[in-house]
Design a protein around this ligand. Structure first.
Ligand code: CP3
Length: 342
C-alpha cells in the first residue's frame, strides 16, 4: 500500500496494513540539511520562497520516508499576510512590532487573497505533490525504499484562532476586542485552509498548541467554537481535519465536539483516556524521549505505544508535540523505522 492511501485510511478509520507515521515539526531544525539552508537565508525569506518551501518540506521525507509530508510554513504566516508586522529574532522566535489592542488596530487588518498573497505556499504545495509522485529512481530503491514508501500524504495546516490570537494580541485589551479578533481569524483561516485544499492537500491539521492553557470553561468560550466553525466550513471539501491540542486531557470532549476527524493529543494524555471517545487518534510519544533516549530505548517505547494501539481502529503514529530542535537524526530514524517494521 502507498503512504497516501495508508494515511487516508487511518484518518477515515478504515482497515489498514499498519499505522501511518509522521512527526509534527519534522521540517526544521533537527535536520542538518535544514540548518545548512537556514545559515544562508532569513527565516521569513524561507517561508515565502516556493523552491525553499518545497525543498524544506521534502527534506525529512527524503531521509526517513514518513507517510506524510507537512508543508513548511508557520501558523504566523496568516496574521503576517493580514498585515501584522512580523519579525523573527534569531534565538528568540517570532515577534510582532505592534500588537492588537483596540478595535482600531483590528480594523487595519486586511482580508487575505490566497492566490495573490500566498502564491509561494500554494505553488509549493503543487510542486511537492509533483516531486513525490515522480517514479522512483533505481538509486533510491537500492537504499531500500520500496513502492510502499511512495506517494506520501500531503498535509496543510493553520493555527487555531485562539493560538494565533495569543501571539498577536496585547495583554491590555478587553474581551470584546478578543472576540472580534477570534471571529476575524476564523474567517481568514477558512479562506486560508480552503486555498490549501484547492492546491491539493490530502488532510489538514489545526494546531491549537496553546488551547491547553485554558480551563474547560474558558476553552468552551475562547477556542472550541471557532475551531468548530472552521471545521464545518471545510466539511464540503471532504478533507479530513486533525485537531492538535497540547495538554489535551481535560479538553478531549470539547475537541470531539468541534467535529474534527482526528484527535492529536499531547504526550501527557494517556491514550487509554482518548480511546473512550472512539475517534481516530494521532500521537503521542514524548518528544523528550526522542531527544534524550538511545535508539534502542526509542524502539522499545515506540513498540509499547504501538502495542497499546494495536486493536484500535484509526491510529496515526506521531509525537505528543513537535520534534525538539536538538533531536539526533538517528533517534528520528529509530522512531519511524519501528512503526514501519514492527
Ligand atoms: O511541522 C512542520 O515541520 C511544518 C513546519 C512548522 C513550523 N511551525 C516551522 C517553523 C509548523 C507546523 C509550525 C507550527 C507552529 N509555529 C506552531 C504550532 C505548533 C507547535 O509547535 O506548538 C507555533 C506555536 C508556531 C509559532 C512559532 N514559529 C514559534 C513559537 C517559533 C519559534 C520557536 C520554535 O519553535 O522554533 C517559530 C519558528 C519556526 N517555525 C521554525 C520552524 C522550522 C524555526 C525557525 C528557525 O529556523 O529559526
Amino acid at each position: 500500500m502507498q503512504s497516501r492511501d495508508r494515511f487516508l485510511k487511518a484518518a477515515r478509520c478504515q482497515n489498514n496494513d499498519r499505522p501511518p507515521v509522521w512527526l509534527m515539526r519534522q521540517a526544521g531544525r533537527s535536520l542538518p540539511e535544514y540548518r545548512a539552508l537556514r545559515e544562508q537565508h532569513d527565516f521569513l525569506e524561507m517561508l515565502t520562497t516556493e523552491k525553499l518551501i518545497t525543498e524544506i518540506s521534502l527534506q525529512p521525507w527524503r531521509r526517513f520516508h514518513m507517510d506524510a509530508v507537512i508543508v513548511f510554513a508557520d501558523i504566523l504566516l496568516l496574521p503576517w499576510k493580514m498585515g501584522m508586522d512580523l519579525q523573527f529574532i534569531d534565538g528568540v522566535g517570532p515577534k510582532f512590532s505592534h500588537l492588537i489592542e483596540s478595535e482600531e488596530d483590528l480594523n487595519k487588518l486586511k482580508n487575505i487573497e490566497p492566490e495573490k498573497d500566498l502564491p509561494f505556499l500554494l505553488n509549493a504545495l503543487r510542486m511537492i505533490r509533483q516531486e513525490t509522485e515522480k517514479p522512483l529512481t533505481p538509486t533510491l530503491s537500492h537504499k531500500g525504499r520500496g513502492r510502499e514508501d511512495g506517494n506520501p500524504a500531503l498535509l496543510g495546516f493553520a493555527g487555531s484562532p485562539w493560538t494565533v490570537a495569543s501571539y498577536i494580541m496585547s495583554d491590555a485589551r478587553d474581551d470584546s476586542v478578543v472576540k472580534q479578533v477570534l471571529e476575524r481569524l476564523t474567517e481568514e483561516t477558512i479562506v486560508y485552509l480552503n486555498a490549501q485544499v484547492e492546491a491539493g492537500v490530502d488532510a489538514l491539521q489545526i494546531f491549537d498548541s496553546w488551547g491547553g492553557n485554558l480551563s474547560p470553561q474558558d476553552y468552551a468560550l475562547w477556542s472550541a467554537p471557532y475551531i468548530k466553525e472552521i471545521i464545518s466550513a471545510l466539511k464540503p471539501t471532504g478533507v479530513p481535519v486533525i485537531l492538535y491540542v497540547k495538554e489535551s486531557g481535560p479538553l478531549l470532549e470539547q475537541m470531539v465536539s468541534t467535529g474534527c476527524d482526528v484527535l492529536s493529543v499531547g504526550w501527557e494524555t494517556p491514550l487509554a483516556e482518548v480511546k473512550k471517545f472512539k475517534k481516530v487518534i494521532q500521537g503521542n510519544l514524548d518528544p523528550d524521549i526522542l531527544l534524550k533516549a538511545t535508539p534502542e530505548e526509542i524502539r522499545s517505547a515506540t513498540k509499547k505505544m504501538l502495542e497499546e494501539m494495536q486493536d484500535y481502529p484509526g491510529y496515526i503514529a506521531n509525537l505528543g508535540h513537535g520534534v525538539l530542535p536538538k533531536t539526533p537524526v538517528e533517534n528520528i530514524a529509530a522512531f519511524v523505522e519501528t512503526v514501519k517494521t514492527k
